[in-house]
Design a protein around this ligand. Structure first.
Ligand code: PMP
Length: 389
């Protein structure tokens, strides 16, 4: 069931800028085929479950104590994983983690944003970014992506020069479009960021923080690099990742970032005491013992994604034109365009398939599911488009 509508604040002294805000709400509906929030369709296998259960049982024996505030063991495991995944050597002290990369991003804005400061990103992009800005009293500005959803370097540099932001957020692969950024684009943004005079920064000091949100990085196509490669030369860069997608662990709530030690140290100031529970730390370390089998599954999902994109591009939409699909390095595809995308979304839902009505008008986003779920989606889409033609 959809969540009930929010009650108006009955005389409560709510902050005025929150008065008309709704809580984050991708619909959580009980339908057979869930392809709407870019989850991994495969539940953890029994050996992963057994390891997590054993690690959590061990942690449970010490739950009378507060957890390790600095969780260096987990940070070392995450550094080891990124080294294997991207070939970039990192120290445990260069890693940070929180309850989902959502919270990691909030820490970044708490530490580097704030009143009198600006954060920028390039739309269409992840819908939560403006909320992190709002919640930290950071001014929010969006530049635009190009028509093919890439970031135009000259346009991005112009926005950075005009706005002098403290924080620049770049999602790569981007949600909802799937677009990965070439490292040359990230380098150009880093160069422009290095020239920014951030308000209230100590005299003589320049340089904004650049966040590359790589929530979907493990799904990137062959030859697409990770911004982790740029960390060694850029102390103002933070690359965020999550266990929600590739690790089949959205329910775990474990997001993390890699950056310079100095940047990570700044985040330690704003985190709540003991923000990462002993249970979360133990479960994450359990899952990280299985990176081999989990990444094998990611390979299967990437192949499924490429096959789905090829299929979608071969279909004719209700208007008589071929469907278009944005190039994607993620575990989802943005496809369209439809004169009435809501009718397509509703028609799919009527057939038990939930996708996401998100992104520029006319487009829909579908997550990559199991082969059976993808087959159900294709069948339903053909029926709906036939009805609307
Ligand atoms: N960044 C992007 C681009 C996302 O799409 C998401 C999840 N939808 C997140 C961050 C947050 O993921 P989590 O908090 O589960 O790590």
């Amino acid at each position: 069931q959809p969540a009930p509508a929010r009650q108006p604040a009955a005389g409560l002294p709510l902050r005025p800028e929150l008065a008309h805000e709704e809580p984050y709400g991708a619909p959580q509906l009980d339908v057979p085929v869930l392809l709407n929030v870019n989850e991994n369709p495969y539940a953890p296998s029994e050996d992963v479950v057994a390891t997590i259960a054993a690690e959590v049982a061990a942690a449970a024996r010490g739950l009378n104590r507060y957890p390790d505030r600095d969780f260096l063991a987990l940070r070392a495991d995450l550094a080891g994983y990124l080294g294997r995944e991207s070939g970039v050597a990192l120290e445990a002290e260069q890693l940070w983690a929180a309850n989902g990369s959502n919270e990691v991003m909030l820490h970044l804005l708490q530490a580097f944003g704030g009143p009198g400061r600006t954060a920028v990103s390039f739309a269409p992009t992840y819908s939560m970014y403006p909320e992190y800005a709002r919640d930290t009293h950071t001014r929010w500005v969006t530049g635009r992506r190009a028509a093919d959803f890439t970031v135009d370097v000259d346009a991005a540099v112009a926005v950075i020069e005009a706005e002098q932001p403290a924080v620049i957020l770049l999602a790569s692969p981007n949600n909802p479009t799937g677009t990965a950024l070439p490292l040359d684009t990230v380098r150009a943004v880093l160069d422009a960021a290095a020239r920014v005079q951030v308000p209230q920064a100590p005299a003589g000091q320049r340089g904004a923080v650049v966040v590359v949100d790589e929530a979907y990085a493990e799904f990137r196509r062959e030859g697409t690099p990770s911004a982790l490669e740029l960390l060694a030369d850029h102390p103002h860069l933070a690359v965020t990742r999550t266990m929600s997608k590739a690790f089949s662990a959205a329910g775990l709530r474990l997001g993390y970032l890699a950056a310079s030690r100095e940047l990570v140290d700044a985040l330690r100031v704003v985190r709540l005491p003991y923000h990462l529970s002993a249970v979360t730390q133990a479960a994450a370390r359990g899952a990280l013992q299985h990176t081999g089998s989990l990444l094998a599954q990611v390979d299967a999902l990437r192949a499924e994604r490429d096959e789905l994109v090829t299929w979608l591009r071969a279909q004719t939409g209700p208007s008589g034109a071929r469907l278009v699909v944005a190039d994607t390095d993620a575990n989802f595809a943005l496809f369209g365009t439809f004169a009435d995308r809501h009718a397509v979304w509703q028609g799919l839902l009527d057939r038990g398939v939930l996708v996401r009505e998100v992104g520029p008008d006319g487009w829909l986003r579908v997550s990559v599911g199991t082969p059976a779920e993808t087959a159900r989606f294709k069948e339903a889409l053909l029926e709906v488009m036939g009805d609307l033609a």
